[in-house]
Design a protein around this ligand. Structure first.
Ligand code: AMP
Length: 253
C-alpha cells in the first residue's frame, strides 16, 4: 500500500499510467478502523481495479472541541489493517493541505441537514459535506462508499453529488453490528466496561415495537441520556449518550 500525504503527489499519481483506464473506488474515513469500515473497503475492492482509503479526523465537523480531542486515533493498526486487505493507496492529508482557506468556503445544505443530528450538532453537516467535496475533487473516484450507520450523512452526500452534477456513484453498505447488536463505531472504544454492557440495549429498544415516547422512556430507564428518537418514513433514527460518549443508530421499521 502506498501512503500519500500531499495533494500534489496524489494528482500526479491520478494521471499516471498506473491508474489509466482503471476504475477507482474511494472510502473516506476518520480512522480507528473497525469491521464496519472494513466492509466498505471490501466492497470497494470487489467493485474496482483500485481502492483508495482516506483517514482524516475532520475538525470542521466537530461542533464540540472535547469530542474532537478525545476522538480515538489508532493510525499504526489502521495502516496494518488496510495493507493486509490489499488496499492500493492510503490518503493521509493534514489540515493545512485540505483547508488552505482555513474553512472560509463551505458547502451547506439547508433542509434535511437541519433535522436529526443536525439539530443538535450545528454546523456538523457543513463540515462533512465540505470535506467530502474536497476529497472527491482531489481523489476523483468513480465510486465512493458510505455506511448506513450514518444514514443522514449518506443521504446528504447523495444529494450533494446529484445536485452538483458530480460523476461519482455513491454506494451504501448496511450497518455492521457486534454480536450483541451494538452498531460498530470508533467511539465505542471510549465506552467503559459497564457502559459497553448497557450499550446493546440501545439498538434492541430502538428496534422494538414500542412507540417513540415509550422508546425514549425505556432508554432513560436503562441509563441513557436521550438526545432524540424520531421516525421519518419507514426509518427510525436516534442519538443517545452513555456518559460522555454519543451513540447514534437507525433502523428500518
Ligand atoms: P467514520 O470513520 O466514522 O467517519 O466512518 C467512515 C465510514 O464508515 C462512513 O461512511 C460510515 O458510515 C461508515 N461506518 C462507520 N461505522 C459503520 C458500521 N458499523 N457499519 C457500516 N458502516 C460504518
Amino acid at each position: 500500500m502506498i501512503i500519500v500525504k500531499k495533494i500534489k503527489d496524489w494528482k500526479s499519481l491520478r494521471v499516471s499510467n498506473s491508474l489509466k483506464n482503471k476504475t477507482l473506488g474511494f472510502v473516506p474515513t476518520m480512522g480507528a478502523l473497525h469491521r464496519g469500515h472494513i466492509e466498505l473497503v471490501k466492497k470497494s475492492l470487489s467493485q474496482n481495479d483500485i481502492t483508495v482509503v482516506s483517514i482524516f479526523v475532520n475538525p470542521t465537523q466537530f461542533n464540540n472541541k472535547a469530542d474532537l480531542r478525545n476522538y480515538p486515533v489508532t493510525i499504526n493498526s489502521d495502516i496494518k489493517i488496510l495493507d493486509e486487505l490489499n488496499v492500493n493507496y492510503l490518503f493521509l492529508p493534514e489540515y493545512k493541505e485540505l483547508y488552505p482557506d482555513d474553512y472560509k468556503y463551505k458547502i451547506t445544505e439547508t433542509d434535511f441537514s437541519k433535522l436529526l443530528c443536525g439539530r443538535f450538532r450545528p454546523g456538523h453537516f457543513d463540515g462533512v459535506l465540505t470535506v467530502v467535496m474536497k476529497l472527491f475533487n482531489i481523489i476523483k473516484p468513480d465510486r465512493a462508499y458510505f455506511g448506513e450507520k450514518d444514514y443522514q450523512q449518506l443521504e446528504l452526500i447523495r444529494g450533494m453529488v446529484k445536485n452538483f452534477f458530480m460523476d461519482i456513484k455513491i454506494i451504501s453498505v448496511p450497518t455492521v453490528r457486534d454480536k450483541d447488536g451494538l452498531a460498530l463505531s470508533s467511539r465505542n472504544l471510549r465506552l467503559n466496561a459497564i457502559q459497553r454492557k448497557i450499550a446493546p440495549k440501545f439498538p434492541e429498544i430502538l428496534m422494538s415495537d414500542l412507540s417513540i415516547e415509550q422508546i425514549k422512556s425505556r432508554l432513560v430507564s436503562e441509563g441513557f441520556k436521550v438526545e432524540y428518537v424520531e421516525q421519518i418514513g419507514d426509518r427510525r433514527f436516534a442519538a443517545v449518550y452513555l456518559g460522555k460518549v454519543r451513540l447514534i443508530d437507525n433502523v428500518k421499521i
